[in-house]
Design a binder for this molecule. Structure first.
Ligand SMILES: O=C(O)CCC(=O)C(=O)O
Ligand SMILES: [Fe+2]
Length: 344
């Protein structure tokens, strides 16, 4: 099957082929929240500050962002702009490689180290997505494609830095829940040598009729947290108060969202956020890292967060099995999490 990029480049497309036409309902397009609705901004340098006042104010903002949005922009995170730029350039170079150089990563399974493909699950997707992807398991074992030659070094550094950010954010999030700073990191083993980190690069090639196609349909992410960045082109939309909000990141900011395992762990207090990626006439690239526990960790609601007499709202599940569940289906809303909900 051709990637979207190959499709676009091979035939000089002027319209979207029928199997990519996404059923964007009228009402859906009108559901945009009037801008600007202010997306929360979290200053990482204040979160990690030695000044207890600054830190506790930032923890309150972080908790608010998780509670009200499940999404925030992270500024002053300390990842050099040059590393981010290199990461974007090397990833673009990967997608630009000749088909034969990427072939060894095609048709791979969920837990294979490096996977390159298109759509989400083309075997079951009724409508194909305007998106090609590269997915790499980067922790606990680091993996990288062999080409382009500079990719591996940049990828390793980038993933190490984003892991550090995730664990600091999880300390702040634990505190915002009234728990010890180390609570989530310890319970989920996020700082352990076995914690799982998946890198997902999304390439959305130029689309001749962007309003007809979809890059990624509404979905939530599987992990505890996702840390995302993009090239200069926007396209991410986040569901807030029942409406879509288009996200325009500040220069050099990361976009961070809570995932399904945050919702399970917090017994529904910090919900995973629905988001989607629309496409443009220009090529868009986004790079996300999903941060979670070791694959064999059974995640269930933290007893400290289950109110007396209420009980857990989700069944526990092994992290690995949740990934298997998500990949077995088409990407659709929060349908995986729905499998684990308990009626209270
Ligand atoms: O492209 C984007 O901005 C969003 C990507 C995304 O949601 C994902 O990879 O799960
Ligand atoms: Fe996502």
């Amino acid at each position: 099957m051709l990637s979207v990029k190959e499709l676009v480049e091979s035939v000089g497309l002027t319209s979207v082929p029928f199997n990519y036409i996404f059923n964007n309902t009228e009402s859906d397009l009108h559901y945009m929240l009037p801008q600007p609705e202010t997306v929360p901004i979290v200053d990482f340098s204040l979160l990690t500050s030695h000044d207890p006042d600054q830190r506790s104010k930032t923890i309150i903002q972080l908790g608010h962002a998780c509670l009200e949005w499940g999404f925030f922009m992270l500024i002053n995170h300390g990842v050099p702009e040059m590393l981010r730029d290199e990461m974007i350039t090397e990833t673009e170079r990967f997608f630009d490689l000749r088909a034969e150089d990427k072939r060894e990563y095609v048709g791979k399974k969920l837990f294979d180290p490096v996977r390159y493909g298109t759509s989400f699950n083309p075997n079951v997707d009724k409508t194909l997505l305007w998106r090609d992807y590269l997915k790499i398991h980067v922790h606990p074992r680091f993996n990288a494609p062999t080409k382009p030659s500079g990719f591996s070094k940049v990828l390793r550094e980038y993933c190490q830095k984003t892991r550090g950010i995730a664990s600091e954010l999880l300390k702040g999030i634990s505190e915002s829940l009234g728990l010890a700073p180390s609570y989530i990191n310890e319970k989920m083993g996020v700082e352990s040598s076995e914690s799982h980190q998946l890198l997902v690069a999304n390439m959305y090639p130029p689309c001749p009729q962007p309003e007809l196609a979809m890059g990624l349909p509404p979905h939530s992410d599987h992990g505890l947290l996702t840390i995302l960045m993009q090239n200069g082109i926007d396209g991410l939309q986040v569901m807030h108060k029942g409406k879509w909000v288009s996200i325009k990141p500040l220069p050099n900011a990361f976009l961070v969202n809570t995932g399904d395992h945050m919702e399970i762990l917090t017994n529904g207090k910090y919900k995973s956020v629905l988001h989607r990626a629309v496409v443009n006439k220009a090529a868009r690239l986004s790079i996300g890292t999903a941060h979670g526990p070791a694959l064999d960790t059974v995640v269930s609601p933290a007893t400290e967060l289950v109110a007396d007499g209420v009980g857990p709202a989700y069944l526990g599940i092994e992290y690995r099995n949740y990934l298997v569940l998500q990949q077995s289906k088409t990407l659709s809303g929060k349908s995986c999490l729905d499998h684990l909900r308990l009626s209270i």
